[in-house]
Design a protein around this ligand. Structure first.
Ligand code: NAD
Length: 468
């Protein structure tokens, strides 16, 4: 393991030196140093991937428990491939974790701000923590450094960070060369390492040529084979690209969910409609799969933020408000189908759920359709049995009456219905004869359209899905 990584680093350094030959404006740094502020999903993936590329990385977080767990090798998130990468880089001394901010800003080339921006009570993004970090950075930065905003933040945040940092440096009466960059993150949970190492594009907002050079130096290994993947722009445009991209994806999902609901009413098959639509090269096949609604930390919050940004400029984001409303309604759809099947009498019915996370390959249940479904089933007086390969711990904490199955088959014992909420791979080809023998009523309500209706009906199930 060690030798393999050593070979990789030697190769990267060789490539860096080659790049220097072809890009004489870019200085070759021997030991690039980065501090990552906020060691959550984005911070941990970003820090670990930079360490994997040979950079010296310190990940900092105010959550000292999280840092302690990381120091002892326990990874707080589920992300395929990440644990091995963290362990390898910690062992080789390129990656470390700390809860002490004091040294995070002094002797580094880049500071990445990757904290979460939790909304205020009125739903607007609370930027105070970002500005506090900028202030401490301005108070402590000692040498040339680029402050990189990776958190998703409203348009204009980088400009305000610039003002705060300049003010603090001026107060100290010193001269330090500091650049500010906006570098929004586009990782998708479950695919985060690939998204970092082979991104569709890297968006970088800068205000000076020096900042542009600094960011090129940082990302040159990733961009090496395709420089067109980097989009340099000003910081406000970079901040806007992030919101516009997320909103476009969410719009596609809500649009297709609405089409699916209409398909049911008019007797059309949404799967074929989706195929017919997605094969149009102007549209493409991604993010048009109908289902029981989108969740996660990203889509819902970014859409709320963009609506707020519009409001703050007296501009009504009507499309996005509709996208949000459609999604809220869609998260109820499995419960409503179940309720209709049992003529609104669900009391004492046993309902099994397969999948809890908002999508496969993650333990993240934020804003997941499963939350709405579990609340509705609880209100209706159902007994609930669930199974998810990785997301059951959060469920145990919030719904202590819910039974967490040992496996997917244990979860369906005596069930009057099986609801599919997340399309984990292991749910795709179950032993239907076993499922049927365990259930009291063979009813499957598929919120991700992963099964073949004819096959299930031939196996003796009543099958419901979205848009067919
Ligand atoms: N998770 C994603 O898929 C994703 C993708 C793209 C962009 N983003 C954006 O990136 C940002 C981070 O998202 P995340 O999912 O990594 O969040 P997260 O909740 O997983 O992690 C945030 C971390 O920041 C820490 N933190 C909060 N305030 C801090 C402070 N003042 N100093 C130091 N640490 C602090 C928290 O303790 C937490 O560990 C958000 O703005 C999010 O919208 C997230």
């Amino acid at each position: 393991m060690y030798r393999k990584n050593k070979e990789k680093i030697d190769k990267l350094q060789l490539l860096s030196q080659k790049m220097y030959i072809f890009a004489p404006n870019i200085k070759y740094h021997k030991a690039m140093k980065i501090s990552i502020i906020g060691t959550g999903y984005v911070g941990l993936v970003t820090g670990t991937c930079f360490a994997e590329l040979g950079v010296d990385v310190t990940c900092v977080d105010t959550d000292s428990q999280k840092i302690n767990r990381l120091v002892y090798g326990s990874i707080p998130i589920y992300e395929p491939g990440l644990e091995n990468m963290v362990t390898g880089n910690v062992n080789e001394g390129r990656l470390r974790f700390a809860s002490d901010f004091n040294r995070a800003f002094a002797d580094v080339d880049y500071v990445f701000c990757t904290i979460d921006t939790t909304p205020d009570a009125d739903g607007s993004t609370n930027l105070d923590p970002v500005y506090r970090i900028a202030k401490v950075f301005g108070q402590r930065v000692e040498r040339a450094c680029t402050f990189v905003l990776k958190s998703t933040v409203p348009v204009g945040t980088a400009s305000e960070v610039r003002r705060i940092v300049d003010e603090e440096i001026a107060r100290r009466g010193v001269s330090v060369q500091v650049d500010i960059a906006s570098n929004p993150d586009f990782l998708t949970e479950g695919n985060a390492i690939k998204d970092f190492m082979k991104p569709d594009r890297i968006v970088i907002g800068v205000e000076t040529e020096r900042a542009r050079e600094s960011m090129t130096r940082l990302y040159r290994t990733i961009l090496m084979h395709n420089n067109r993947r980097v989009i340099f722009t000003d910081t406000r445009t970079a901040e806007m690209i992030k919101y516009a991209a997320t909103s476009m994806l969410a719009t596609r999902v809500s649009f297709m969910n609405e089409i699916a609901n209409l398909c049911e009413l008019v007797g059309a098959d949404v799967n074929v409609v989706r195929h017919g639509v997605g094969t149009d090269s102007r549209i493409g096949p991604k993010y048009i799969y109908p289902g029981c609604g989108y969740g996660g930390t990203l889509f819902p919050q970014d859409i709320k933020d963009l609506i707020k940004i519009g409001d703050s400029h007296d501009f009504d984001m009507r499309v996005l408000k509709a996208v949000e409303n459609v999604n809220t309604r869609q998260k109820r759809i499995l419960f409503e189908k179940l309720s209709r099947f049992y003529d609104d009498d669900l009391k004492e019915k046993t309902v099994a759920l397969w999948g809890l996370s908002f999508k496969p390959e993650t333990d993240d249940m934020s804003e997941a359709p499963a939350i709405v479904t579990l609340d509705l089933l609880t209100e209706a007086g159902c007994k609930v049995r669930v199974y998810d390969p990785v997301a059951m711990n959060a469920t145990k904490l919030r719904w202590d009456h819910v039974y967490c199955g040992i496996d997917m088959y244990d979860a369906v014992k005596d069930a009057d219905a099986l609801l599919i909420l997340t399309e984990w791979r292991q749910f795709r080809i179950p032993a239907w004869d076993r499922v049927k023998s365990l259930m009291r009523t063979p009813l499957v309500i598929d919120g991700r359209n992963i099964y073949d209706a004819a096959e299930l009906e031939a196996a003796g199930f009543t099958y419901r899905c979205i848009g067919r």
